[in-house]
Design a protein around this ligand. Structure first.
Ligand code: ZN
Length: 60
């Protein structure tokens, strides 16, 4: 079985893995009170920056 010429040290391995974490989503609260992701339209009321941006069946 092929062997690596130099073993990666625990320090080097851990330095490489320092970027492997999962990013925490940036949760904000919509005007309707629901938690939503920032820079995204609200999934519940469909508003973004105080304006309704998604088509709604009963609105038109
Ligand atoms: Zn909302």
């Amino acid at each position: 079985m092929a062997q690596p010429k130099k073993k990666t040290s625990k320090s080097r391995r851990n330095m490489r893995r320092s970027h492997d974490h999962v990013a925490v989503p940036n949760v904000i609260y919509c005007e309707c009170g629901e938690p939503t992701l920032s820079h995204r339209a609200c999934a519940v009321c469909g508003s973004y920056k105080g304006r309704k941006v998604t088509p709604d069946a009963d609105a038109q």
